[in-house]
Design a protein around this ligand. Structure first.
Ligand SMILES: Nc1ncnc2c1ncn2[C@@H]1O[C@H](COP(=O)(O)OP(=O)(O)OP(=O)(O)O)[C@@H](O)[C@H]1O
Ligand SMILES: O=c1ccn([C@@H]2O[C@H](COP(=O)(O)O)[C@@H](O)[C@H]2O)c(=O)[nH]1
Length: 269
């Protein structure tokens, strides 16, 4: 359809562009060197479908990208921070504080998997439960789709992705499916001694978390998976200068002082 539009040399554009999805429409506009005036005409014509898509996708209407003669509204990609660290390091606790202070959306990959496990009729419920209980990492196709859906459904643009990517399969899958769609900022890494992680998870279990993996047997496996599979991913991001490391040992409020500084230094108010 895109090729047909391009071949038709422009006359096709205003009449039929509204039938395209957002990305195709943008692509056609670029191919036709659409000017700002033409774009406005197009926008009026296609107000029902295209403009609604633009709004959903948080296009910055006042900003125009100028490349040669092409003048198009610039799409603001969602911003993503990955939050990593051992089990019980305090990722979820700190994410709640970041949400309150900086209005990010917190998406815990573990929570999304637990929700999917509990969803009636889910084809992945049994698989997810066996992976979680064994401290193993669920195939990325499942997790990445849950994350992408949650991002789209939120209608927001600043995300903390907590507990992902946890292994090479996660990283490869995310890169394939999501890297072009988002603006990745950095990894927020909570560095916590192993004994402290275990102590916190066991206390959380005893306090009634209801999690099937807050027990010593599952924790041994989770820590092994973390050391073998997740630490190399953190090292990878460190090598490309994308890790903000936080000491997760002190009290939650003390930890947050350092977290807050990272976000302020990154330009968030
Ligand atoms: N800095 C801290 N000092 C003491 N306890 C903490 C601290 N941060 C979190 N906790 C407690 O430790 C437990 C684990 O914290 P949290 O759920 O935030 O960790 P997490 O890294 O998200 O864990 P998981 O990866 O297992 O989901 C919770 O009961 C929480 O209240
Ligand atoms: O990307 C992910 C995130 C989580 N899992 C599985 O869930 C449990 C619990 O995760 P928490 O982050 O501690 O809530 C984890 O041990 C994995 O089994 C996953 O597979 N992929």
């Amino acid at each position: 359809m895109l090729n047909a539009a391009i071949r038709s040399g422009g006359t096709y554009l205003y009449r039929d562009l509204c039938k395209f999805n957002y990305s195709t429409a943008i692509s056609v506009c670029r191919q036709f060197n659409t000017t700002q005036g033409q774009f406005q005409k197009l926008a009026q014509f296609c107000s029902k479908s295209i403009l609604r898509s633009f709004n959903n996708k948080s296009v910055t209407h006042n900003t125009y990208v100028k490349t040669n003669k092409i003048i198009m509204p610039e799409e603001q990609k969602p911003q993503v921070v990955f939050v990593l660290g051992g089990p019980g390091a305090g990722k979820g606790t700190q994410c709640s504080k970041i949400v309150e202070r900086f209005q990010f959306v917190h998406l815990s990959a573990g929570d999304l998997l637990r929700e999917e496990r509990a969803r009636e009729g889910s084809e992945y419920g049994t698989l997810i439960e066996s992976y979680i209980r064994d401290g193993k990492i669920v195939p990325v196709e499942v997790t990445c789709s849950l994350l992408e859906n949650a991002m789209q459904n939120s209608g927001k643009t600043k995300f903390l992705i907590d507990g992902f990517p946890r292994n090479q399969d996660n990283l490869d899958g995310w890169t394939r499916q999501m890297s072009d769609k988002v603006d990745f900022l950095f990894v927020l890494f909570f560095n916590c001694p192993e004994d402290k992680c275990v102590e916190r998870c066991l206390a959380r279990g005893q306090a009634g978390s209801g999690r099937s993996d807050d027990n010593l047997e599952s924790l041994k496996k989770r820590i092994q998976t973390y050391n073998n599979d997740s630490l190399p991913i953190i090292k990878h991001y460190e090598q490309i200068g994308k890790v903000q490391q936080i000491d997760a040992n002190p009290s939650a409020d003390e930890v947050f002082k350092n977290v807050e500084k990272v976000f302020v230094d990154a330009g968030f108010q």
